[in-house]
Ligand binder design. Structure first.
Ligand SMILES: [Zn+2]
Length: 261
C-alpha cells in the first residue's frame, strides 16, 4: 500500500476496511463497492456510445466471438456486452459492469483472432483485478480527500472515463499504473491461453503496435510499459501460457472466429 491521508486514525480504519488483493496477490486500495464501480462503468459506457457510432455486421460478429471465448474463460458472473465503434484509433477497453468496446482501428493492428484475444484478455484482466476501483479510490484519496467518499459521484464525466481507462480519445491521460499494466499483461496472457487462443500472438500484437505507432503513437500506448519491456515479460511467462493453451485445446476450446476481409 502506498498512500497517505491527513488523519492517521481515519487512515488506519480505512486501510483495514478497504484494502483488498488482486488475483496476483498485490494489495490495493478499493474504497468503493462493486455496485458503485459497476455503475460508473455503465455511466461511462453510455457516454462513450453517445460520442462514437457503432458498427454491426461481420466486424461485430468477429469481435463478439473472440470476446465471448475470452470472457467465458474468465468465468465471471458478469454478463458481457460487446460493441464495436467506428474509429480509426487502435483502442479497446473493458469496463466494470460488463461492457467491452473495440474500435475498428484496432482490427487493422490485431491481424488475427489470437492477437485480438491478447488485447481483450488484457482489458478484461484490468476488470478482474479491480483496477478501476483502485484508480478511482487512489484518485479520491490523493486529490479530493476523504470527503469524496460521501458521494460516489465525486468523480464523473470525462474524468471518470479517464480513470476507467477509456480516456485515450479525450485528451485525458490518466493511465493505469505500470504495476496495473504488468498485472493485466500477466493475467490477460493466462486468460487468452485458457480460452484456447495461441498466447504467442500477444508478442506479435505488441510488435504490430510498436510498428503502427511510428511517428505518432496512439495515446493509450504511451500509457503502457515500453514495448520491449512488455515483450520480455510476456516471453518470460510463455512456457506456462503455452501449457495452458495446449490444455485448453485438448479440452475442446478451439475458437474459430472469422475475421472480416
Ligand atoms: Zn492496460
Amino acid at each position: 500500500m502506498q498512500w497517505k491521508t491527513r488523519g492517521a486514525v481515519g487512515a488506519l480504519v480505512l486501510t483495514l476496511a478497504a484494502c483488498s488483493q488482486t488475483p496476483t496477490g498485490r494489495s490495493q486500495l478499493t474504497l468503493f463497492s462493486d455496485e458503485e464501480i459497476d455503475q460508473m462503468g455503465e455511466q461511462s459506457f453510455a457516454q462513450y456510445q453517445q460520442q462514437l457510432p457503432t458498427v454491426g455486421g461481420q466486424a461485430a460478429d468477429y469481435v463478439q466471438c473472440v470476446a465471448q471465448a475470452v470472457t467465458q474463460a474468465a468465468d465471471t458472473s458478469e454478463t458481457w456486452q460487446v460493441k464495436v465503434f467506428k474509429d480509426d484509433s487502435a483502442n479497446a477497453f473493458a469496463l466494470p459492469g460488463g461492457n467491452i468496446g473495440v474500435n475498428t482501428g484496432l482490427l487493422d493492428v490485431a491481424e488475427n483472432q489470437n492477437q485480438l484475444a491478447s488485447v481483450l484478455g488484457h482489458e478484461v484482466a484490468h476488470v478482474l483485478a479491480n483496477h478501476a476501483n483502485e484508480r478511482v479510490s487512489t484518485q479520491a484519496v490523493t486529490q479530493t480527500g476523504l470527503a469524496v467518499l460521501q458521494s460516489a459521484a465525486g468523480v464523473e464525466g470525462q474524468q471518470l472515463m479517464g480513470l476507467l481507462g477509456m480516456g485515450a480519445e479525450y485528451g485525458i491521460i490518466k493511465p493505469f499504473s505500470r504495476k496495473q499494466e504488468s498485472e493485466a499483461d500477466a493475467l490477460g496472457l493466462t486468460l487468452m491461453a485458457q480460452a484456447g487462443f495461441d498466447p504467442r500472438a500477444s508478442i506479435e500484437l505488441w510488435q504490430n503496435m510498436s510498428a503502427n505507432s511510428q511517428g505518432q503513437p496512439p495515446v493509450w500506448m504511451s500509457t503502457h510499459p515500453s514495448d520491449g519491456q512488455r515483450i520480455d515479460d510476456l516471453q518470460a511467462r510463455m512456457d506456462q501460457a503455452l501449457a495452458a493453451y495446449r490444455q485448453a485445446q485438448a479440452n475442446g476450446r478451439t475458437p474459430n472466429c472469422q475475421r472480416p476481409d
